[in-house]
Each structure stands twice: as C-alpha cells, then as structure tokens.
Design a binder for this molecule. Structure first.
Ligand code: TXE
Length: 480
C-alpha cells in the first residue's frame, strides 16, 4: 500500500495529525494507497517554507530558474511510463491516453515556461521634455495553486510552472481524488535540485487544505481549476482579502455541425470531443448541434461509431474509455441520465453502468451515452455533467444555433464544423466563449490565452497571460 507524503521545505513529510485518507483505483474500485489528511497546520508549515525560500528564489537569475524547470521536464519525460501508469491507476483514464496526452503535456508545461520566462519583457513609454516610464513585472510572493482530478499532472503543472518561472514560490494542492502523480512529481523536484521551500505540495481535502490555502493571509494569489461552485466559494473567501484570482471552471460546450462540413473528419474528431477521458474534460463538446439536413445521417453514423468504442480496463492498452474517477462521480453522471429520461430524452446509445469481470468487477465504468429529443433549455442541456454523455440537438439556422449555444451560464469553449469560411468566422465571433475551434478540437498552442467567460471562469492561463497573472506590474516614471 503506497503511502503518499506531503512535500514541505524540500522534504517528504507525514501530515502532522498522522491521519490519512483512502485513495481508490477507479478501475478496480479498491483502495490502493493512502493520502495525507492534512490540515491548516500543514499548510502553515508549507507557507512558512515558501516565504523563507522566496527572497532567494525571486532573485535567482531567470536563466537559472529556467534550467531547473527544464531539468524537471527532462525527469518527467524520463519517467513517462511510470507516471502514465500512476495517472491511469489514480484517475481511471486509459494508460495510452496518459502516455500520449497527460504526461507529455506536464513536461511541456515545464519546458514551455522555462523558455517563456527568458523572453518575457515589459514596455516603456516615453513622454515629452525628458520623461520616460518603464514597467517592471515583478514576482509577487507565495502562489496558491489548486487543481482538479480530471487531468491531474497536466493541470497541476500548468499552474506551478509559470508561477515558479516568474520567481514566485508555491503552495500547491492536487485533488484528493488523484494525488499520486503530484507526489511522484515531488520526488522528481528533489532529484532536479529544486531548492527547498520553492515548491510545497500539501495533500488533503478541499474544504480543509484547499480552504486553508485560499484564506491564508500570506498567499496573495490563487490559481484554481475545478468546479464552478467551488470557484464561487473560493472567490467569496478570497475577494475581501484582495487576492489575485485565476479561476478555470466548468463548461457545457457546444459542438456545432453544419451540413456542409467534412463529414468523416468531423465524425472522427466528434467521437473524441464527446468521450475522450470518459468525457471528463472541461473542453468536451457535450451539446452537439446538427444542422437539420445532416441530422439523420449524423445520428446513424455517430451511434454506430459510439457503440464500437471499448469500455474496459484502463491498463489493458486497448480500451477507448476507462473508468469514471470515483463512485460518487459515476452516480452523479447516472443521475443525469435518469434526469434526461424524465425530461423526455431518448437514449440512442449507452445509458448504463458497465460490469466487467475479474479484478475490474467492482470498477466504475459507464457506457458512452447519446441522448436526443431534449430542448436546449432543459437541465440536461444547461448543467455540466462531466461524463461520457452527449445530447443531439437539430437546428435550422445559424441565428438559432448561436442563440441555443449561448443559452447556458457557461462560456468556455466551442467547436464549429463547416467548409464555409464566412460562416466559420461569423459563428466564432458570435459565440460567448473563451476558445473556438473550427474544424478541429483540442489543438493547443500554449502561447494562446486559455480560459472561459461567464461561469466558466475569471482570467486566462497560458503564454504571457500566465506570466502576467503571476507577476505584479509596477510603473516607474523618471524625469532626466
Ligand atoms: O472539482 P472541485 P471536482 C467540474 C465538474 C466536476 C465538478 C467537481 O463538473 O463534477 O467540477 O469536480 C479543491 N476551497 N470540473 O470535485 O470540487 C479540491 O480538493 C479550496 C471541471 O474535482 O472543484 C480539488 O483539489 N479548494 C474542472 C479542486 O478544488 C477546494 C475539472 C477541484 O475540486 C475547495 C474538474 C474549497 N472550498 C472538475 N473545495 C475543469 N474546468 O477542468 C474543493 N477544493
């Protein structure tokens, strides 16, 4: 039974209380490791270490910070297989997905910001009569980074890397549901020679450890990814403390398919944007809008292709979908499938729990599910389900589909399938989202601003947006 430890002041330590929580393997539904049930006292130790390390780290040459981040990236790459297996066992995702996406992206996150910081500059503004302004963008202090369970190491490092690159120190908390790869990252940071106290990882529950980070008076900035409800809670606690906040929250993303699209390409990508990672990606296209002339053809082809997807042991190497991250989340998704039926929806594919045999008998598996016959304003089409569940909604006109797509409280991402350039640009322009993919999905250039509008979040991550968040601008005006 692996015992996970906190990473505080450069060493792996037990929680002060000595208390631990069970950590489950979703593929088997069994406990396979223990995670520290840390508390405020552990967060206080972590903040103390981060504060102690800050003066030196923030004054370390950016080239040196860059080298250490690049070394961490190299160690992640070197440990790809071990980290991918750990991610798959912790989250339930197919190990092939962790190998192709999650772990390589974690390394890329460190490499990207290791180089971004070397090119990060600021501006000056000359005035008349011998006056010039220059802007300094300086590190702020101890950054609080809190991340979710769906893309554990990928999203955890997406916050930590820019925070460290900018010269801050960090107190971070991964989701208590998927703590393993954050723990393994701690070991790699020690191996990379990251100075003690620069990064501190405290494991535990959101309403204990997460809340202690959010409300700690010596943590002036919080970068959070997770549910919209939790984001609202964090904002409520952090606002009166005037903390900088970056919130990347939920989504209910439209996948808009016009009749003139490249059908085969659209179908192949729509299978991924619907069910990849068991549909547990905030960017999944869970509401599929199809222009009426194409509806029947799409429905037949999409149902047929979906029914061929294999739900199985995530470590078997040939599963398209693995296990749902927790029994609680599986039950939440099943409750939404029941709600869809109550609201008048018809299940075209899936809708049931999958029972496997052997070691996986007690695992948490769901069929990829397609539902039609629901209006765009019902709860099933307004609320984030965050599982392998999509709805099909026909539309007549561009105006109608834009109105339906914009009708939820979310505004994270969208996909648009059409060969008509004018339609593509016009629809992208009129969608209330932070990201619009046209004839593609999840193509990511890390220099681009990443995040959502409305209840999908506040602020943007990625590229210099992330470095702006993790630095404070100071205008200096000099007369000579
Ligand atoms: O997120 P939570 P979960 C959505 C999705 C999912 C829902 C809940 O709808 O069903 O969010 O998922 C910590 N103060 N997304 O449970 O609860 C918590 O410990 C401070 C979308 O993962 O928001 C974890 O580390 N921290 C999302 C992190 O917050 C708190 C991806 C996220 O937990 C806290 C995942 C508190 N009061 C879920 N309560 C996306 N946009 O990618 C919890 N936490």
């Amino acid at each position: 039974m692996e015992i996970i430890k906190n990473y505080i002041d450069g060493t792996l330590v037990e929680p002060k209380s000595g208390a631990y929580l069970d950590n489950f393997n979703p593929a088997t539904g069994q406990v396979y490791s223990q995670i520290p049930d840390s508390a405020e006292e552990d967060v206080n130790d972590a903040v103390k270490a981060a504060k102690l390390a800050y003066p030196s780290w923030s004054k370390t040459a950016k080239e040196t910070r860059s080298e250490i981040l690049a070394k961490i990236a190299m160690l992640i790459e070197k440990n790809l297989d071990r980290l991918a297996l750990a991610e798959s066992m912790d989250n339930g995702k197919p190990v092939s997905l962790a190998k192709q996406v999650d772990i390589p992206r974690a390394a890329t996150n460190f490499n990207f910001f290791a180089t971004a910081i070397l090119h990060y500059a600021s501006e000056s503004h000359a005035m008349e009569n011998g006056v010039i302004n220059y802007t300094l963008r300086e590190p702020i202090g101890v950054a609080g980074c809190i991340s979710p369970w769906n893309l554990p190491l990928y999203l955890f490092t997406w916050k930590i890397a820019p925070a460290l690159a900018a010269g801050n120190t960090v107190v971070a908390k991964p989701s208590e549901v998927t703590p393993m790869t954050a723990f393994l990252l701690s070991e790699l940071c020690i191996e990379a020679g990251l100075p003690a106290g620069v990064l501190n990882i405290v494991h535990g529950l959101g309403n204990k450890v997460g809340a202690a980070i959010t409300t700690h008076p010596d943590i002036p900035m919080i970068s959070f990814t997770g549910g919209t409800a939790t984001g609202a809670q964090i904002a409520k606690e952090a606002a009166p403390m005037f903390k900088k906040l970056s919130l990347e929250l939920g989504g209910k993303n439209p996948n808009i398919i016009f009749a003139d699209c490249d059908f085969e390409k659209m179908l192949q990508v729509t299978l991924k944007s619907s069910f990849s990672n068991q549909g547990e990606i905030c960017l999944c296209g869970s509401r599929i809008f199809i222009e009426k002339p194409l509806y029947e053809k799409f429905k037949t082809a999409f149902v047929e292709a979906t029914e061929k997807l294999k739900v199985g042991n995530p470590q078997s190497g040939d599963s398209d979908l693995g296990a749902i991250v927790s029994e609680e989340h599986m039950d939440k998704i099943l409750s939404y499938i029941e709600l869809a039926k109550e609201e008048g929806g018809s299940i075209l594919a899936g809708g049931n729990r999958v029972s496997l045999s052997g070691e996986q008998e007690k695992g948490w598996y769901l069929e990829p599910t397609i539902i039609e016959g629901l209006g765009h304003e019902c709860r099933t089409n307004q609320e984030e389900i965050f599982g392998p569940v999509v709805t099909l909604i026909p539309f007549d006109s561009e105006e109608e589909v834009i109105e339906m797509a914009n009708s939820t409280k979310y505004g994270l991402s969208s996909t648009i399938w059409t060969k008509d350039l004018n339609t593509a640009h016009r629809v992208a322009e009129n969608l209330h989202v932070g990201i619009a993919w046209i004839n593609c999905w999840l193509l990511r250039d890390l220099r681009t601003p990443f995040g959502g509008t409305k209840s999908s979040g506040v602020g943007r991550e990625g590229g210099f947006e992330a470095l702006h968040f993790f630095t404070e601008p100071k205008n200096v005006c000099i007369k000579y």
